[in-house]
Design a protein around this ligand. Structure first.
Ligand code: HEM
Length: 396
């Protein structure tokens, strides 16, 4: 029976043979806790795009974390229409391609700034030294978090990531305690900043959100604050994983990497293929709104259904030779950024960050190689990627 927890490192690093086994048995099957897991592309497409599946009852956060709960209740990704449609339209207009285009030079400068001090180091940790701070600094810039606040902001982003950890750390606090503290402090920070922006707007997304609220678009202060923290969490770890797993896939395929280096115009296609090939988000959740059939299985109203995006993206019925990383793969909508009404709001920013970040990394370290010690993968199969990634930057 499929369970998304308790996997050995070997399967965490390469979950695709496991998915294949399940998909070949049945593309929709009941797993741990009665949840339905969806391994086939067509069935995942149906769940993601059909109004017969929606968000669940309540939020994903316990009552013991009131500050986190209040934030998460205002996250677009956990809303259903009609509020989802209203807020999404507003955010889409605010977080526009123009805003992303204007951010590109700054994204390039952040990548260069992070890579410069690494030039002298023969061995780096790709996660710690580049792939984690890079998207966090970009989001700080987008939201207008000043440079002296960025270490503080980063620490709280890390605490939020650990929200589901119940084990107490050295300080005696559990991941949930720290996440609750991060939620409280971030909410207080963004509320205050929103009030300041109302009096004196700046060139940042927070000012645009405040301006939208003042135009009578009925965006509450809780929604502004929740959205800022949502962008921080949605756009941070995901992009980190795309950079690390993308680098890993390319270093393991020197021929593909050589081709990419010799023709950088291929970067946008490569990034799209990397999101399909080893998706940073491997699973999302929905709940059935009514009794219905899915892949021949009877799903009852109220049951939880989990499209396994990583499995759908390797379905040979949709992507021929799915285990090959191909720069010339014809476009065929993968599910790596989701599909339907919850399609990733930050996809164009994520693509820009990955193109700029990977190009900067390859230019900084033309001779980089993988050491014998492989990357260590986190035991999370939702946001999926390594927590440690040793990388040899020079040929000695
Ligand atoms: C939604 C993936 C980067 C903001 C989603 C969803 C996926 C996804 C799969 C759909 C969730 C669902 O259907 O339940 C990714 C990946 C990224 C990335 C793979 C990087 C490689 C970003 C960035 C931002 C962002 C940079 C913003 C700064 C959002 C938001 C939603 C979302 C706000 C919710 C959209 C809605 O519910 O309408 N993302 N994401 N993401 N993403 Fe991303």
């Amino acid at each position: 029976m499929f369970a998304p927890t308790g996997w050995p490192q070997e399967h965490l690093a390469d979950p695709y043979p496991v998915y294949r086994r399940y998909r070949e048995q049945d593309s929709v099957q009941r797993g741990e806790g009665g949840t339905w897991y969806v391994f086939g592309y067509d069935e995942a497409y149906e769940v993601l795009t059909s109004p017969a599946f929606g968000r669940g009852p309540g939020g994903p956060v316990s009552d013991r974390s009131p500050a986190l709960r209040r934030l998460v209740q205002n996250w677009l990704v956990f809303m259903d229409p009609p509020r989802h449609t209203e807020l999404r339209d507003l955010l889409q207009a605010t977080f526009s391609p123009k805003v992303v285009r204007a951010l590109r030079p700054c994204v390039t400068a952040i990548a260069a700034e992070l890579l410069a001090p690494l030039q002298e180091k023969p061995l780096i940790d790709l996660v710690r030294d580049f792939a984690a701070p890079f998207p966090l600094l970009v989001i700080s810039e987008l939201l207008g978090v000043p440079s002296e606040r960025r270490d503080w902001f980063r620490e709280r982003a890390v605490w939020l990531q650990g929200a589901s950890t119940s084990r107490a750390g050295r300080t005696g606090r559990t991941g949930a305690d720290l996440a609750e503290r991060a939620a409280r402090e971030l909410a207080a920070y963004f509320s205050e900043q929103a009030r300041l922006r109302a009096r004196a707007p700046r060139e940042d997304l927070l000012s645009l959100l405040v301006a939208a609220a003042r135009k009578g678009t009925a965006l509450s202060e809780d929604e502004i604050v929740g959205t800022c923290v949502h962008l921080l969490t949605a756009g941070h770890e995901t992009t980190t994983h795309l950079l690390t797993k993308g680098t890993l896939a390319l270093l393991r395929r020197p021929g593909v990497l050589r081709r990419l280096r010799s023709d950088p115009a291929l970067l946008p296609t490569a990034v799209e293929e990397l999101v399909r090939f080893d998706s940073p988000v491997q699973m999302v959740s929905r709940w059935a709104r009514q009794d219905q059939l899915l892949g021949g299985k009877r799903i009852r109203a109220g049951e939880k259904v989990v499209p396994v995006l990583g499995a759908a993206n390797r379905d040979p019925a949709r992507f021929p030779a799915p285990d090959l990383l191909r720069l010339d793969r014809p476009p065929a909508r993968h599910t790596g950024f989701g599909l339907g009404i919850h399609y990733c709001l930050g996809a164009s920013l994520a693509r820009a960050e990955a193109e700029i970040g990977l190009a900067a990394l390859f230019a900084a370290f033309p001779g980089m190689t993988l050491p014998s010690e492989p990357p260590v993968f986190d035991d999370d199969l939702i946001f999926h990627g390594p927590t440690r990634f040793p990388l040899v930057t020079t040929i000695s």
